[in-house]
Structures are given as structure tokens and as C-alpha cells.
Design a protein around this ligand. Sequence first.
Ligand code: PMP
Length: 308
Amino acid sequence: MIHNNILEAIGHTPMIRLEKMNHPENAEVLVKFEGLNVGGSIKTRTAFNMIEKAEQQGLIHENTIIVEPTSGNQGIGLALVGAVKGYRTIIVMPDSVSEERRKLVEHYGAEVILIHDAGNIGECIEQCLQTALKMAEENPDVYVPQQFQNQANPMVHRHHTGLEILEQVAGPIDGFCSGIGTGGTITGIGEVLKAQNPDIVIWAVEPENAAILAGGTVGTHLQMGIGDGVIPDILNQKIYEDIYIVSDEEAINTAKDLARKEGIMCGISSGTNVAAALKLAAKLGKGKTVVTILPDTAERYFSTPLFE
Ligand code: PMP
């Protein structure tokens, strides 16, 4: 099969059973490895769908400049989609995200505006958003997809990621957990899995230093891509029954174990998700099935404690 361009190759990522990290008396844990997606993360899916939908709705045209505030992977995805489709792309991101993310965005030919993170990631993301919206106000050619409120974001997980999971597992799914950045992943996939099994147990997962849904305070943490310090508009707050909190140390140690024991080179928030999935698997017990997502690849974290 020949793809006409790389965008046609988005999705269809593998589902992998954790063999060594899980206990034999627990539910089995299956991970969908989005690090193997085009662009190295799950966010290529949302970037593609947000731009496709904007094109279909006539919101953008060939001279459009795509400007998006993002803590990283969404920027890489939009830079990639912009490169293939020929849109100038500008990404506004906190200076606390890994240098690799900034360089990847630039390598796809997009521009980066860095906003200083003074220790509150939520405030910084808000400043990134305000910067992007101001650019749109001043220039009618600027389009801001706004992943935190764009329905094309959860939609792609309902229509693609979630259905891929049902097809791959081809049996009952008893548990699902996911960290929350925009909430697109947990909302879209969660809704599909819950429709298939109304008794499924779904956990939202939050970093210890940004457990905003659990009523905690927001500081700086290492679990990039989740715990942005805002409760997103698109998050379906009814889709999860419980919240599981993961420390930076647990997330990083679990991500290291994924590389060393399972050979899976994934990012820090993948460690977050798997730490929660293993707990959920212990709770549900043998004979049940828990699914989680590994949102991105380890190779954009060389400059972070994941590689220390
Ligand atoms: N992990 C990483 C590394 C991410 O980049 C993102 C996207 N922000 C997420 C998890 C969370 O995904 P979502 O935005 O769908 O909640």
C-alpha cells in the first residue's frame, strides 16, 4: 500500500500487552503505543482533524497562518500538518517544555514563540493563549484551532482511536485510564469504550503537582502534556469515576521500566498512565482487561530527568 502523503499514514498504532511489569494475578494491561504514530505522538491525530474540519467549514484558506498555544505535542502535530498542507504555522509554548519539542516544531518549518513559565504552568498556558488570540485579533488571516475547546479534538478519538481500540482488543474492556491535557483522549476514547461496556471503570489520572480535578493546587511538574492547570471545556467530567494521582518520580520510574522491561521507548506521561493502569489492573483482578494510552515517544525527552 502506498500513501500519497504522510498524513494518510496517521493512526493504526499497535496495541501491546505488558508482559513483565504486570503481576499475573492482576487484570491484563494493554497499551496503545502512540509514540509509533506519525509525528511521534497521539496529537498528530488531533492536529490533522482540527485542520481538516476547519478547511471543510471554510474557516481557513491558503493564506491562513495557524497559531496555537500548546505545551508541545500539539505544536509538533500542527507543524507537521502545516508543512504537508502548506500553511505557515506559529506555535506559542511555555519555555519550561523540553528543548526537543521546540526544535522538532522548528524542524518541520514552523515558528516558535516562547512564553516564560514562572512556576505556574496554568498561568503560562493562559498567557500563551492570550498571545495567540491577540495575533488573531490583529490579523484576520490568523486561525487559532484552540485544542482545549475544539470539538474536532475529542471527535477524532471517537471516530478513530477509540474504534481502533475496540477492533484491536476484540473483547470486553473492563478498565481504561488516561492523563488529561485537553481531555480529548479520555473524553473521546472513554465515551466509545463506555458505550461498548457501561460497567467499564474509567480513571482520570493527574500529576501530583497539578491535581486540579482532585481539588489540588497547581505548580510545576515533569509530566509534560498533562496537568496543564486548567479544566478544559471539552473534558467530559462525567466519563471517569475516580481520579488517580501520580508523582513525577513514579511517572519517570514507570516510563524507565517500560523501556528496560518491555522495550517500549515512551514519554513521561506514558509512565503516568501505566502507573495508574497497573493499579487499576490490581483492583480489577485476573481475567479482566485494562487499556491505556502511551501518548508519545521517549526521544523528545533527552534533556529531561527521564534520561538521567
Ligand atoms: N501526554 C502527552 C505527552 C501529551 O502531549 C498530551 C497532549 N496534551 C497528553 C498526554 C494528553 O492528551 P489530551 O490532550 O488528549 O488530554
